[in-house]
Design a protein around this ligand. Structure first.
Ligand SMILES: NC(=O)c1ccc[n+]([C@@H]2O[C@H](COP(=O)([O-])OP(=O)(O)OC[C@H]3O[C@@H](n4cnc5c(N)ncnc54)[C@H](O)[C@@H]3O)[C@@H](O)[C@H]2O)c1
Length: 351
């Protein structure tokens, strides 16, 4: 049976999903497409082989589908997702889950009450090279990881009245909107956090009401440090999207654009015959695109089997709570005490 999907929100991210749908047509059919801007919806519909119905109000699309991909501005995530869940639809919700804890909890409760899947689209968790990197870190293949640094350097400029520039609609700044991927990945790779800082600026990104550039540092229970530098103001970049994990026997490097996972090590056991200077070897390769296909396949698997998604709403809320705590500490010029935060700290039965 093919799933009948409704796409709600036809902006940049929905288009990015649809452009990679080709390998999914054996499992899904795009039945409905929704945007308050009808022209946008019609333009996206043109990229699809099916002839989806086009709507400007998502409520009208719900009778046509059994699953939903929700890619709306952040302040609209909660109400739309809850309406879809209450109508009996399974929802793949674009990140971040919602702009405040109360809304996140209401979404989680709606999924539970209706026994539907609510998955959060943290696509990077499905990248084969990041999965490999996490495996190597967890297995301590190159010794213990003591520093994971993540750079994301892009130029994301919108008119200052666009929802992405305003704190109330975006839910924060660069860290909340984009950095949520990397806080999620750090918690996934390094475990429970202990203390952290976020220091930020909107210099270079004056279109942003809140920060356009973030520097996050977190210490984890293992003793490892996590660092994230994210900017929406890069007019040029060398790093692009880069992950460096320093371990006791070498450094793992993930380069998204190159689609490569490298090992840099100057130890002879990792470089037979060579023991001078740092040597580089390619450990694994993968296509350089965002892994939204793997993400959608996982969502459909969960819908069919009832399994809890890898990127479930509770972990997603646990990640956002770290960000809110970092924002709060930054405002108070303090170091955030993150003990009691991180994955596995919310008991679903308490919600
Ligand atoms: N996973 C990723 O890597 C990634 C990357 C970019 C964006 N995103 C996420 O995708 C979501 C959408 O972001 P975007 O960049 O596509 O934004 P966008 O502004 O390009 O698109 C949003 C669309 O929603 C439409 N819309 C607004 N209100 C609506 C309503 N009430 N009903 C129907 N449509 C409505 C707008 O007309 C617009 O077409 C956000 O959650 C964002 O964080 C994820």
């Amino acid at each position: 049976m093919k799933h009948r999907i409704a796409l709600i929100g036809c902006g940049g991210m929905a288009t990015s999903h649809v452009r990679r749908f080709e390998d999914l047509y054996n499992r899904l059919e795009v039945a409905a497409i929704v945007d308050i801007d009808r022209e946008r919806a019609e333009n996206l519909a043109k990229l699809l082989p099916d002839k989806p119905k086009v709507f400007t109000d998502y409520h009208d699309a719900l009778p046509c589908c059994d699953v939903v991909l929700m890619a709306l501005p952040h302040h609209l995530h909660a109400q739309c997702t809850i309406d879809c869940l209450n109508a009996g639809k399974h929802v793949l919700a674009e990140k971040p889950l919602a702009n405040n804890e109360e809304d996140c909890i209401d979404m989680i409760r709606a999924a539970k009450a209706n026994n539907r899947v609510l998955m959060v689209a943290y696509c990077m968790r499905f990248h084969p090279l990041l999965i490999k990197m996490k495996e190597l870190i967890t297995a301590e293949t190159y010794g213990k990881c003591f520093q994971l640094s993540i750079w994301t350097e892009q130029h994301t400029e919108r008119a200052p009245d666009n929802w992405m520039c305003r704190k109330a609609t975006l839910g924060g700044g660069q860290l909340f909107s984009h950095g949520c991927h990397y806080i999620d990945l750090m918690l996934w790779m390094l475990g429970r956090p202990v203390i952290g800082t976020h220091i930020s600026s909107n210099m270079g990104t004056p279109w942003m009401e809140r920060e356009g550039t973030s520097n996050v540092t977190i210490t984890f229970e293992s003793g490892a440090m996590g660092y994230h530098f994210g900017t929406w103001g890069a007019r040029g970049t060398r790093h692009g999207y880069a992950f460096h994990a320093h371990c006791e026997e070498g450094m793992l490097e993930f380069d998204l654009a190159a689609g490569k996972l490298y090992l840099h090590s100057n130890l002879s056991k990792h470089n037979p015959g060579e023991n001078e200077n740092s040597k580089i070897s390619v450990l694994a390769e993968a296509p350089s695109c965002k892994p939204t296909i793997q993400e959608m396949r996982h969502f459909l698997d969960c819908v069919e089997t009832g399994a809890t998604p890898i990127t479930n709403a509770i972990e997603s809320l646990e990640g956002l709570k770290v960000i809110w705590k970092l924002y709060e500490a930054e405002e108070q010029l303090k170091i955030a005490n993150l003990k009691g935060y991180g994955f596995g700290t919310i008991n679903p039965n308490d919600l």
